[in-house]
Design a protein around this ligand. Structure first.
Ligand SMILES: [Zn+2]
Length: 138
């Protein structure tokens, strides 16, 4: 008598219930968002260069009020944080695009379970299911 072997099927995008059309749509979305992030990163970088006194050659030529100085550096810090977030998001998008190519898109990278369609729609670059995401953030 032949024993039926358990089939170890590698988890693939099909397990996430995504069709080829879904994938095409998500890929297009990701590429679009990738472009947006890239543009924002470049814009912030350009502005950071323009705004630095060294770049304007105005270093210490104008007496600065402390308050101005503080708010300016606060703005710069905010923009720096923003551009860091954008860079991280751009990397996540690249990884999501890679998963599409590999055929593992739509599956949680942590537990391997399908990520819900709703989640992917709000965040196409999501690498983890909601449960794993919230556990990771703890
Ligand atoms: Zn998970």
């Amino acid at each position: 008598m032949r024993k039926t072997k358990p089939r170890h099927k590698a988890r693939k995008t099909e397990d996430a219930g995504l069709t080829r059309q879904d994938l095409d749509r998500f890929r297009a979305l990701l590429i679009e968002q990738r472009k947006d992030f890239q543009q924002r990163i470049e814009r912030l970088r350009d502005r950071a260069n323009e705004e630095s006194p060294e770049a304007r050659g105005e270093l210490s030529s104008v007496p600065l009020h402390l308050a101005d100085l503080a708010s300016e550096s606060f703005e710069q810090e905010k923009e720096l944080a923003m551009s860091e977030r954008d860079s991280a998001a751009a990397v996540e998008i690249d990884e999501a695009l890679e998963r599409i190519e590999e055929g593992t898109y739509g599956l949680c990278v942590r537990c391997g379970k399908p990520i819900t369609r709703e989640r992917l729609r709000t965040l196409p670059r999501a690498a983890r299911c909601l449960r794993c995401q919230s556990q990771e953030e703890k």
